[in-house]
Design a protein around this ligand. Structure first.
Ligand code: MN
Length: 411
């Protein structure tokens, strides 16, 4: 860019241009686009006439969520990215630059979308196998797993933006040493994170009409880093027969920036070979997975030195996003703009690539030592979990920013 400096290691290159909602201490939420250490104030850019239809776009971008903008469809949302890109590539500093560009460091990021529905999948074969081994040693992968992307309907109301503290949930747990199958009500002792990537639905579908794998990408607006906090002790006692409930629905954290699917085009890769071959409605051709490197760090209250807990990659996912969406709607279930569909914990094949404490510490049996010398089986109060993700390097780098959450210290 001729007139705006972007650090080469920034998550937010010209290739990326993700969308979010921010304010600058004035409590006036509005839409923005990240570029390097800056935010393009899209409401101000609309006001300056950058997009034409001044009043229309000023209203669209002057809202507290991106839902109405996303619902305009990809020709419009991609058109806005193109116009901002052209503006950033002008040979000299434009006159209106000061009004349009905000400093990212001093901005407060808000929930970027209103989430009508949240679905969580279970698409990593490594994660499903690791967890299955703990709960069912002889039979880790249930017979249906290789035939369909397993998922459940999660809770949308408790999804929060990065930076929001998470309160340790209390619930029914089986206390060690107690009578078998006699629960107590207590704060969870096995609070965990789950490293996930979620996608945001950008187009409404009709009840009764499935979305096909071929058309699924039309319905995917963009991707967002996601931490699906979990309470393993609550989960273990409640999950049979209907699956996750209070062990999951007390909070999930999303990064503030939604990366448009288009920005990730250069990072498409083929997924793992699927055996048995999926049924016809789940058959895909070509590169349907994404090569996005992921990392999780944990910082304790004791020392401000983060410990790297996990390095994984979305390319390991057995079931792709288009397969998840096709399966989700094959019975006629409809989707709405802003719906979030999360991948499930993204673990890889190596010991360094395990995406939850449950897997890293083998259900708490092998605690790990942090850089400050303390040990963890699961998360303690005051622990800060940070997830990052990025594809590519330098000018083509597409990063996801961070999703951070601190486990509240209750007094
Ligand atoms: Mn999950």
């Amino acid at each position: 860019m001729p007139w705006l400096h972007i650090s080469p290691d920034s998550d937010f290159s010209l290739q990326n241009l993700p969308f979010g909602i921010f304010h600058t201490g004035d409590n006036r939420p509005r839409a923005g686009m990240a570029i390097g250490g800056h935010i393009i104030d899209l409401e101000a850019a609309a006001e300056a006439g950058l997009f034409g239809k001044r009043r229309f776009f000023k209203k669209i971008f002057g809202q507290a969520t991106l839902n109405d903008f996303i619902a305009l469809g990809k020709p419009v949302t991609n058109g806005i990215r193109r116009k901002v890109r052209n503006w950033l590539e002008l040979p000299a500093t434009p006159e209106n630059a000061l009004q349009i560009i905000a400093d990212r460091e001093s901005a407060t990021m808000l929930m970027p979308i209103r989430v009508p529905n949240y679905t969580d999948f279970y698409s990593s074969i490594e994660h499903a196998t690791n967890v299955g081994k703990m709960f069912r040693p002889d039979n880790p992968l249930l017979p249906n797993w290789r035939w369909m992307p397993i998922g459940y309907h999660g809770r949308a109301s408790s999804i929060v933006v990065s930076g929001t503290p998470i309160r340790r949930p209390s619930g029914q747990i089986l206390a060690p040493g107690g009578e078998p199958d006699t629960p107590i009500y207590a704060p969870s002792r096995q609070l965990d994170f789950e490293l996930e990537m979620a996608f945001v639905i950008g187009k409404e579908s009709t009840l009764g009409e499935p979305i096909t794998v071929e058309n699924a990408e039309e319905y995917i607006f963009g991707l967002v880093l996601f931490n699906d906090w979990s309470a393993r002790d609550i989960q273990r006692w409640e999950y049979v027969p209907l699956g996750p409930f209070l062990g999951k629905n007390f909070g999930s954290s999303m990064a503030p920036w939604i990366v448009p699917l288009e920005a990730l085009k250069p990072y498409r890769v083929k997924g793992p070979k699927q055996k048995p071959a999926p049924l016809d409605y789940l058959k895909t051709k070509g590169a349907k997975n994404l090569d996005i490197e992921l990392a999780v760090t944990l910082t304790s209250t004791k020392l401000n030195v983060p410990t790297l807990l996990c390095q994984s990659n979305t390319k390991y996912l057995y079931w792709s996003m288009v397969q998840q969406l096709a399966h989700h709607t094959v019975n006629g279930c409809n989707v709405q703009v802003g719906d979030l569909m999360a991948s499930g914990t993204i673990s890889g094949p190596t010991p360094e690539s395990l995406g939850s404490m449950l897997e890293i510490t083998l259900g708490g049996r092998n605690p790990i030592t942090l850089n400050d010398g303390s040990t963890r089986a699961f998360l303690q109060d005051g622990d800060v979990v940070t997830m990052r993700g990025s594809a590519g390097e330098g000018e083509g780098r597409v990063g996801f920013g961070e999703v951070i959450g601190e486990v509240l210290v209750l007094k």
